[in-house]
Design a protein around this ligand. Structure first.
Ligand code: TTP
Ligand code: MG
Length: 378
């Protein structure tokens, strides 16, 4: 049976919600983001994009490019409320929904053409349902896999609908720039250029040895993507709200070095569990139960998603330093929350993260094979 994956992404989400709730803003350049001195643009309406304003741009630059814009601080709670509603709509169409971020998800709709004349009709039904229930527009990509579906949803934004058929997929993506493959950032793009590789098609045709020089252990994945191949399943995401590990010690811990070492082990186990489920997280929580059974927790949230042991440990260590130790420690726990699918991460940053990734993968392989007791960091 032909596999069909849909990627649905709301158009200018936060800005569209503002225009929805405040009709006088419709048709105007609306910019949502941090309005303080160092604030950045979260997003902006398509009217504002014509002025060159875009996400992550410093707010002062946006004001310079678009002085007539309407600037809004944003209302996360309202966006979340609509996001939940939209995700529920997705779940009413498919039992297999993977939420990637506040405004986008993959839907596995394999076999559902039976209920509709074809997948395009199904996509239109989803778009219409979103619009009639919320008043918001979405763009949809339909393709045989996640990579192509996500790429497709972006091609005709806003209010887009793009179908990539399996038999024409490779030829369709061949002329596109290499950056269209998620994870290929500026650094990798420049390296590829040294080998004369400037399109997805040229990656597809490249010698795997050259790709290994640029992408290391990711070479095969990139090569597959460039040929339109991606077998990653759509996973019903993050039923678990947090993932972690805690441990009660036989003897209470007093020594600072012992505490650090214990926390490091817990981070390793947490990271492994996280990665095994293909997740990333933003918030790290440290739990400490003292000899007296008094228990405290401390949390820290990172701007960037974390998944590697070292990243989790770096945050946990900051938390550990905030705790005042006036008695022994019975139990320590490390957990990570605000979970998302790893596919949601903006960039894997092949070059920069290669070292961490390699080390973590080697450890994961052993743990998966022999159980998590096998490796403790020295
Ligand atoms: P996106 O889907 O990336 O952007 P968008 O929906 O605003 O626009 P597009 O039509 O191109 O999809 O992100 C969804 C929301 O996430 C966006 O409305 C605001 C928020 N966001 C940030 O807060 N900061 C960012 O840097 C980005 C990219 C998004
Ligand atoms: Mg969007």
């Amino acid at each position: 049976m032909q596999r069909w994956i849909m990627h649905v992404d709301m158009d200018a989400f936060f800005a569209s919600v503002e225009q929805l709730d405040n009709p006088e803003l419709r048709g105007l350049p609306v910019i949502v983001g941090g309005l303080s001195g160092r604030g950045v643009v979260s997003t902006c309406s398509y009217e504002a994009r014509k002025f060159g304003v875009h996400s992550a741009m410093p707010m002062h630059m946006a004001r310079r490019l678009c002085p007539q814009g309407v600037y809004i601080q944003g209302r996360m709670q309202r966006y979340k409320e609509l996001s939940d509603k939209i995700m529920d709509i997705f779940r009413s169409f498919s039992p297999l929904v993977e939420q990637l971020s506040v405004d986008e998800a993959f839907l596995d709709v394999t076999g559902m053409e039976g209920l509709y004349p074809d997948v395009v009709t199904l996509a239109k039904a989803i778009k219409n349902k979103i619009y009639s229930d919320t008043g918001l527009h979405a763009s949809v990509g339909i393709a045989p896999n996640k990579f192509l579906a996500k790429l497709a949803s972006d091609l005709e934004k806003p209010d887009g609908l793009v179908l990539i058929k399996p038999e024409t997929a490779a030829a369709f993506i061949a002329p596109m720039p290499v950056r269209k493959i998620f994870g290929i950032g500026k650094a990798a793009e420049e390296q590829l250029l040294q080998y004369g590789i400037n399109t997805i098609g040229k990656i597809a045709a490249a010698d795997i040895k050259i790709l290994q020089k640029v992408f290391g252990i990711n070479a095969q994945t990139v090569h597959d993507l460039a040929r339109g191949i991606d077998n990653r399943p759509v996973v019903n995401e993050t039923e678990a709200k947090s993932i972690g590990k805690e441990h009660t010690y036989d003897k209470d811990l007093y020594d600072e070095n012992d505490l650090r070492k214990a926390v490091r082990d817990l981070c390793g186990e947490t990271g492994w569990r996280l990665r095994r489920r293909g997740l990333i997280g933003y918030t790290v929580t440290l739990k400490v139960k003292f000899s007296s059974f008094k228990t405290i927790t401390r949390s820290i949230t990172s701007e960037m998603p974390v998944a590697y042991d070292e990243e989790i440990y770096a945050l946990a260590l900051k938390l550990l330093r905030q705790v005042k130790f006036t008695e022994g420690v019975r139990l320590l726990g490390v957990s990570i929350s605000h979970l998302e699918s790893e596919d949601a991460a903006p960039v894997l940053n092949f070059n920069e993260n290669e070292r961490l990734k390699k080390r973590n993968q080697a450890v994961d392989l052993l743990k998966n094979r022999f159980g998590e007791g096998i490796i403790k960091r020295g």
